[in-house]
Design a protein around this ligand. Sequence first.
Ligand SMILES: Nc1ncnc2c1ncn2[C@@H]1O[C@H](COP(=O)(O)OP(=O)(O)O)[C@@H](O)[C@H]1O
Ligand SMILES: [Mg+2]
Length: 237
Amino acid sequence: MLKLSGINVSYGSYLALQDVNIEVNKGEFVVLLGANGAGKSTLFRTISGLLKVTSGSVEFKGQKTNQLPSFKVVELGISQCLEGRALFSHMPVKQNLLLGAYVRRHDKEGIKKSLAMVYELFPALKDKENALAGSLSGGQQQMAAIGRALMSDPELLLLDEPSIGLAPIVVQQVFDAVKIVNEAGKTVLLAEQNAHLALKVSHRGYVLENGRVVMEGRSDMLAGNEDVKKAYIGVSD
Ligand SMILES: Nc1ncnc2c1ncn2[C@@H]1O[C@H](COP(=O)(O)OP(=O)(O)O)[C@@H](O)[C@H]1O
Ligand SMILES: [Mg+2]
């Protein structure tokens, strides 16, 4: 479904991604592991069309997307939940969610259904639908950000470090919800430093270090790998 081939991306003279090859198949839940500064957000911004590649190609459903503006990429069915959530804090939760729909669709009934689905997934958002997004807890804001990304009814959902700043129990809730979304048919690419939980919910993973993919494989294999354990899970685990 998504195929990155030989991607190089630079910020000025700094090469942030080097010869990155990543594939995500339809229905998969893939995790992109990497420490701070590894290039995860750069990769996501490249997929979304916010950054252009220096060389290499991004293909989605067989179509090259790296020359397309980002709104076209959303129209094709890729929705990104940005790192740091980026909600409109002075707008109610419900309006934030609906904004996610309008970028791609105008069918009232379908949007209503999606909203009901998001509320079913995250009941806390239904309770707070009229509250200002900025008044929510960190976990609820993350749920709202994921909900907003789902409102465009994407085929591929990109989640950039949803666990940042959240208590482990809330991370678990968020990841469980993402797993449900995946099982309901959406393809997921998740960027994370929090390898322990991410490898439990995902099927496959890539490890990114200094802009390069240094390891890839099934999530259970990566979870058992000594290097991954040391770098991303911690020795106590
Ligand atoms: N807008 C930018 N301009 C210059 N360098 C950047 C910019 N954004 C990120 N970088 C650099 O690119 C590298 C990868 O960053 P990023 O993709 O944000 O990593 P991650 O999301 O894995 O933490 C880092 O060294 C970072 O300092
Ligand atoms: Mg990042």
